[in-house]
Design a protein around this ligand. Structure first.
Ligand code: NBP
Length: 486
């Protein structure tokens, strides 16, 4: 009897009928599952049922209680609402209507520490909580997103089938797998978004350099189209080509008319904050976030452009050769950015005891999401070959690519400096590369300075772990500090 009743019920519920929620429901329904839809403003449920959802395996709910009563056990409910208090509010409203073993999935862009908290709090109440990264925007949600679920692993067998069937596929495999405990899924999504910031910034700098070369917008579009056939083949390069080609109703290119200030929703900033908290030099994403902040200072920049002098230089080399060097610089910087992102994942995994599968993460990003690219297939191969790989930079494939690119990369950064074109992401990537490959860095001087002004002690080469203090001036004391950290 219970079995028959269950058959008449929905397979999964979804709360939040904005752009992501509606499209994900349609995607789930297309894959043969019955979805029960609910939204805070209930009129949106009616309108959705009467329009987009008409004739599909989609049932409406008038209230949370109604939603809960229409779902099979154990209940599976996806939240796709604005990240923050709205998620906690819906969890609180759901709890009185749920039973032990039911599953709540937060598919929004929640902060991973919120997901950690919710996962732990709900586990105590017997509710299995999943925080899942969902990437790919509207199009991805509708036809195949990249999904990064983490949280209470007991939930995975109950949602795996639905998640892997609606996810994007790359090389025939779903871009979705279990990521790890508690906040792991949202952490991986956050790093994905940070990398997206980095990729976009790099392309923006390349566009800026192309403008300085004085080539036509059509030539730029053709160059991106060409690049998209090779090792840079990716969604972002492809859409950049389309954007460059796009003409407004007046027949003029639209791009130059768009205001040069970029906004942000916060996930790039969160990645940079996490990098600082974990002490991992994710410099490229940091520069990408700061570049958006600098772009937002439009009025100040306008004023400064009238008074601050630049180099007054023009590009005078071989444009075709330089365009190829730009391509190499972009590719090499992208390798550095992903290497930094995976370093951050590794450190967070260590701190949180997450057993992250880096090859599987690369596959999750390989299709469906904004950073999807052929390049991620190479990252997957590198981690599949050596799951303990310390850095992507030293994986044979990327080592070879960096070796080939470095001369052009250096020339691009140097040319940017000479022409006064800011290339913060391309330049920080190169600085990181040079820092990472340096056996010796000037931090010995830094150690000495800290000991000089604050008696912080230092280690001598070959005597690691032994901290000594020097009375540098002859009139300081011989006591070393233990509290103040500069
Ligand atoms: P929004 O982020 O715009 O959220 C809209 C939904 O949140 C509506 O259902 C709205 O209900 C509900 N909501 C709000 Br706003 N405040 C609420 C509150 N205080 N209590 C309860 N419900 C509230 O929708 P979205 O763009 O579809 O994104 C959904 C989630 O997916 C977000 O976390 C977003 O960051 C994430 N995401 C978005 C994208 C994208 O491309 N848009 C991509 C990947 C992830 P109402 O209808 O009653 O106002």
């Amino acid at each position: 009897m219970l079995h028959i009743l269950n058959l008449l019920k929905g397979d999964i519920g979804l709360i939040g009928l904005a752009v992501m929620g509606q499209n994900l429901i349609l995607n789930i329904a297309d894959h043969g599952f019955t979805v029960v839809a609910f939204n805070r403003t209930v009129e949106k449920v009616h309108s959705f049922l009467a329009n987009e959802a008409k004739g599909k395996r989609i049932i409406g709910a008038e209230s949370i209680a109604d939603l809960a009563s229409k779902l099979k056990a154990p209940r599976r409910i996806i939240l796709l609402v604005k990240a923050g208090p709205a998620v906690d509010s819906f969890i609180d409203q759901l709890l009185p209507h749920l039973e032990k073993g039911d599953i709540i999935i937060d598919g929004g862009n929640s902060e991973y520490q919120d997901t950690e908290r919710r996962s732990k709090d709900l586990a105590v109440k017997g509710i299995r909580f999943v925080g899942s990264g969902v990437s790919g925007g509207e199009e991805g949600a509708r036809y195949g997103p990249s999904l990064m679920p983490g949280g209470n692993k007991e939930a995975w067998p109950y949602i795996k089938d639905i998640f892997q069937s609606i996810a994007a596929k790359a090389d025939g495999q779903p871009c979705c797998d279990w990521v790890g405990n508690d906040g792991a899924g949202h952490f991986v999504k956050m790093v994905h978004n940070g990398i997206e910031y980095g990729d976009m910034q790099l392309i923006g700098e390349v566009y800026h350099l192309m403008l300085a070369l004085g080539i036509s917008q059509e030539e730029m579009a053709n160059t991106f189209a060409e690049w998209n056939k090779g090792e840079l083949d990716s969604f972002l390069i492809d859409i950049t080509k389309d954007i460059l080609k796009y003409k407004d109703t007046d027949g003029q290119y639209l791009l130059p008319k768009i205001r040069d200030t970029a906004g942000q929703k916060g996930t790039g900033k969160w990645t940079a904050i996490a990098a600082l908290n974990y002490g991992i030099p994710v410099t490229l994403i940091g520069e990408a976030v700061f570049s958006r902040c600098l772009s937002a200072l439009k009025d100040e920049r306008q004023n400064a452009s009238k008074v601050l002098p630049g180099p007054n230089a023009k590009f005078s080399g071989d444009k075709k050769k330089f365009l190829e060097e730009i391509r190499q610089a972009l590719y090499a910087s992208k390798i550095v950015s992903y290497a930094q992102g995976f370093m951050l994942l590794r450190e967070a995994a260590k701190v949180h005891n997450w057993e992250l599968d880096y090859g599987a993460i690369a596959l999750m990003w390989r299709g469906g999401c904004i950073i999807r690219s052929v390049f991620l297939g190479q990252i997957k191969k590198a981690f599949d070959k050596d799951p303990n790989l310390k850095s992507l930079l030293i994986a044979p494939f990327f080592l070879d690519a960096l070796t080939k690119a470095q001369t052009g990369w250096r020339n691009v950064v140097a040319t940017g400096v000479t022409l006064g074109i800011p290339t913060p992401a391309l330049a920080t990537a190169l600085a990181f590369y040079d820092g990472y490959r340096s056996e010796r860095l000037p931090a010995n001087l830094l150690q000495a300075q800290r000991d000089y002004f604050g008696a912080h002690t230092y280690e001598l080469l070959g005597q690691e772990g032994k901290f000594v203090h020097t009375n540098w001036t002859g009139h300081g004391g011989n006591v070393s500090a233990s509290t103040y950290i500069a």
